[in-house]
Design a binder for this molecule. Structure first.
Ligand code: ATP
Length: 354
């Protein structure tokens, strides 16, 4: 039987179709033992045959693959974004990928818009609950189009959903080190429990309970609005942050800004023991799509994260080292100070990670 890990690749739309081939190029160059199958789930496919996800699609991914690498979804020709919802949220919800892990690392001081910040100062991770909250699309509209219109968007938080996300954050803190080799030590709950008392109250109670099982880890709390301010004033203070679906979405865009922009940020959608999905934080970026200008670093670091998750730690390390060197030498796209195109930036990383 083959020892190779099976990877499903879904480039999707827009710049996803440009950055994912670069990530695949780099995976191959790293020598990782993988078998790759590519799927065309995208706006293009939806416009051609009205299929978003083929029947049995998610079950097939879970059955036949060890991991999934996804680009981005969103295309102006599908204004409803229905395919993006069905594919991306479908994968997160139906495959129950409950922990969205978003590492926030500064690779080079020149990329950070803050004064006096060095790479050692920004090295934290956000664990975002990925299957509940306001993104489950529960609610409705009443008297639409009239002056009496009512819109309700429910914020769903289950005991089970909150507990497993919080527990994942503490386990992550226990198992992972910072880039400088020092242990992670603190988990911070980010919520808005002073205003959202019911859902926030549940998060608070569960967080305190779970924290008691990890006496060696310091448990902390910050309201989301204060956290946004602190992230800009002093990002050194963060280690592991756990939060709900929407706050996680928002604070990781802010965090991407600290890393040099959306093109730099990686993420994994994880259910321990099941087929997990990895995607760069950025979207399909229609204004820059098809121009060979998109930064492939986020997608390449996402691929490294996937390999590490699959146990290929050495290959992941080689890729990360090559990306770091590319950033230092400015062998990159324009958004982070280089002059290369997407393909050429991918080539450079691939050539230096063997
Ligand atoms: P989504 O809601 O689908 O996540 P978004 O609204 O957050 O998408 P993106 O599509 O991620 O938006 O991109 C917003 C802008 O950020 C782009 O138009 C582009 O200017 C910039 N951007 C995003 N990703 C990249 C990248 N990989 N390289 C360079 N610029 C990028």
């Amino acid at each position: 039987m083959s020892q190779k890990k099976r990877i499903a690749i879904i480039p999707g739309d827009g710049i996803g179709r440009e950055v994912i081939p670069e990530a695949v190029k780099v995976i191959t160059a790293s020598g990782a033992a993988v078998e790759i199958a590519t799927f065309d789930w995208s706006a293009e496919r939806f416009l051609a045959d009205a299929v978003t996800v083929p029947p049995d699609g998610f079950a097939m991914l879970g059955r036949e693959f060890d991991a999934i690498l996804v680009g981005a979804f969103g295309d102006p020709r599908v204004p409803s974004n229905i395919h993006a919802k069905e594919i991306l949220l479908g994968m997160r919800f139906k495959m129950d990928l409950y922990a969205n892990v978003r590492p926030v690392r500064l690779l080079d001081a020149s990329l950070c818009p803050l004064k006096g910040i060095e790479p050692k100062d920004i090295d934290f991770v956000v664990i975002r609950e990925n299957t509940e909250g306001v993104y489950v699309d529960a609610g409705g509209i009443f008297k639409q189009g009239t002056v009496d219109e009512v819109a309700i968007q429910e914020d769903i938080n289950t005991r089970k959903g909150v507990e497993r996300a919080v527990r994942y954050a503490f386990d992550y803190c226990e198992r992972h080190h910072k880039q400088d080799g020092s242990p992670r030590k603190r988990v911070l709950l980010c919520d808005k429990s002073n205003a959202m008392t019911y859902s926030g109250g549940l998060w608070q109670r569960v967080f305190k309970e779970v924290a008691r099982e990890y006496p060696q880890i310091t448990a902390e709390h910050m309201y989301v609005d204060a956290l946004c301010m602190q992230m800009v004033r002093d990002p050194r203070q963060f280690d592991v942050i756990v939060t709900n679906n929407m706050f996680g979405d928002i604070i990781t865009d802010l965090a991407a800004g600290l890393q040099g922009g959306l093109g730099m940020a990686a993420s994994g959608n994880i259910h321990p023991g099941k087929t997990s999905m990895f995607e760069p934080v950025h979207g399909s970026a229609p204004p820059i799509a098809g121009k060979n200008v998109a930064n492939p670093v986020g997608a390449i670091l996402t691929a490294a994260m996937m390999l590490a998750h699959l146990g290929m730690v050495m290959e992941a390390g080689k890729i990360e080292a090559s990306v770091l060197e590319a950033v230092r030498q400015k062998k990159t796209t324009q958004d982070i100070g280089g002059v290369l195109g997407t393909r050429e930036a991918g080539d450079w990383v691939a050539e230096h990670c063997g």
